[in-house]
Design a binder for this molecule. Structure first.
Ligand code: BJ8
Length: 382
């Protein structure tokens, strides 16, 4: 068995993805390609991609612009919302700056209200997301997706055909299959690589502007990991952690670092930066809007009531990835994920008999030492 010590070369392709995409976005803008900025995994990128637009993720995950955001927004608001608004307000994020249209969704209350303020200085369209996964909900979301398509057609003076959407569904399904396969390499025990490397790759893939070859690029990374694993390379036996809760990218990665620097390995990310949004759209469904509505509205985010899909996915992933303990990451003032911690604890601890803990944090570095100490103690007892 050979233990890995450094960042495996296989991840280099994605390590600089976000930075490189800042350069790419200007070129794309100069070439006259429409740019659509999106916040949430509930929004089907396929519809905007079908008109040839570049779709960029706008959720911001650094504390750099939070003081600027707090001039308009309350201090005790989720850091993800403040950071996103702050980057838009200050024009410090090239994705915001170059976006011709910003698309929000009615997910949590904080985001909904923030979009209203964003609309005062940006071109914003808000998709009305139903908060329950019922037949009425799917029908309403289907209509909303058609309305979104019409908004794009009108704004960019272009026709979006169902054939073009079907083609994008196939492409996105391929990318999601590749991302799932990559993350499932961590189901092996011992794990082949560190969770931080996997999450940076998954996160980085969202910033790859060329989606035509993305499936193959991700598959190439997975093939290399598998090959090296067969040759005996892995990270050795470590307590296997699943992370769930609010998105864990950017500044919140301090929690992942604390787990892995103290002897654990994050084998699975259940949240939106990991497995949560990767189910496939039904390619056989002749009604592309119905197919998109059913896949996307089924995502198990805490803004749904009830949110059975999250619990079902969690239970499956805990088994598939042979998880030893669960860490629930809650961003400060995220009421929906915070309230759900009681339900997650019931599933993980009471039903499945697995250790569970909650970490509530924001995007500052002030609590890094405290999180390190807590994670060290948690992993020690596994
Ligand atoms: S589908 S997780 S990307 S909404 S952490 S802003 S919920 S107060 S980010 Fe999210 Fe879509 Fe859900 Fe995923 Fe609000 Fe909570 Fe902040 Fe959140």
């Amino acid at each position: 068995m050979e233990l890995r010590k450094e960042l495996p070369e296989v991840f280099e392709e994605f390590a600089e993805a976000r930075k490189n995409s800042f350069l790419a976005i200007k070129k794309i803008k100069d070439a006259g390609t429409p740019i659509v900025g999106v916040f949430c995994t509930y929004l089907p990128r396929e519809i905007a991609n079908a008109m040839g637009a570049a779709v960029v993720g706008l959720c911001s995950v650094s504390d750099e612009t939070i003081p600027d955001a707090e001039k308009d927004l309350p201090r005790n608001l989720c850091p993800l919302i403040k950071s996103s608004y702050g980057f838009a307000r200050t024009d410090k994020c090239p994705f915001f700056y170059f976006s011709d249209l910003v698309v929000g969704e009615t997910t949590c209350d904080g985001k909904k209200k923030m979009y209203e303020m964003l609309a005062e200085f940006k071109s914003v369209h808000v998709v009305q997301l139903p908060n329950s996964q019922t037949e009425d909900g799917y029908e309403l979301y289907r209509k909303e997706l058609i309305r979104f398509k019409e908004v794009l057609e009108e704004k960019f003076e272009i026709k979006i055909t169902e054939e073009a959407i079907a083609k994008e569904i196939k492409k996105r399904n391929g990318i999601n299959r590749a991302l799932t396969r990559l993350q499932y390499t961590m189901a092996q025990d011992p794990a082949p690589v560190m969770g931080l490397d996997i999450i940076n790759t998954v996160y980085g893939s969202g910033f790859q502007m060329n989606t035509d070859t993305l499936e193959e690029t991700i598959d190439a990374v997975t093939d290399k990991i598998e090959k090296e694993y067969q040759e005996g390379k892995n990270i050795g036996k470590r307590p296997r952690i699943l992370v769930t809760g609010s998105p864990s990218g950017g500044a919140a990665l301090k929690v992942i670092r604390a787990i892995e620097e103290n002897g654990g390995v994050v084998v699975c990310f259940e949240n939106c930066t990991g497995m949560k949004p990767l189910a496939e759209v039904d390619e056989e469904n002749p009604d592309v809007y119905d197919a998109l509505s059913r896949k996307y509205l089924s995502i198990g985010c805490s803004c749904m009531s009830p949110n059975k899909a999250r619990m079902e996915l969690l239970e499956k992933l805990i088994k598939d990835f042979k998880v030893d303990a669960v860490v629930d990451l809650v961003l400060q003032a995220c009421h929906t994920y915070n309230v759900e911690t009681a339900m997650v604890k019931k599933l993980v601890k009471d039903k499945m008999g697995i250790p569970y803990t909650v970490v509530e944090t924001d995007y500052s570095q002030a609590d890094v030492g405290q999180i390190q100490t807590r994670m060290a103690a948690f992993i020690e007892m596994l």
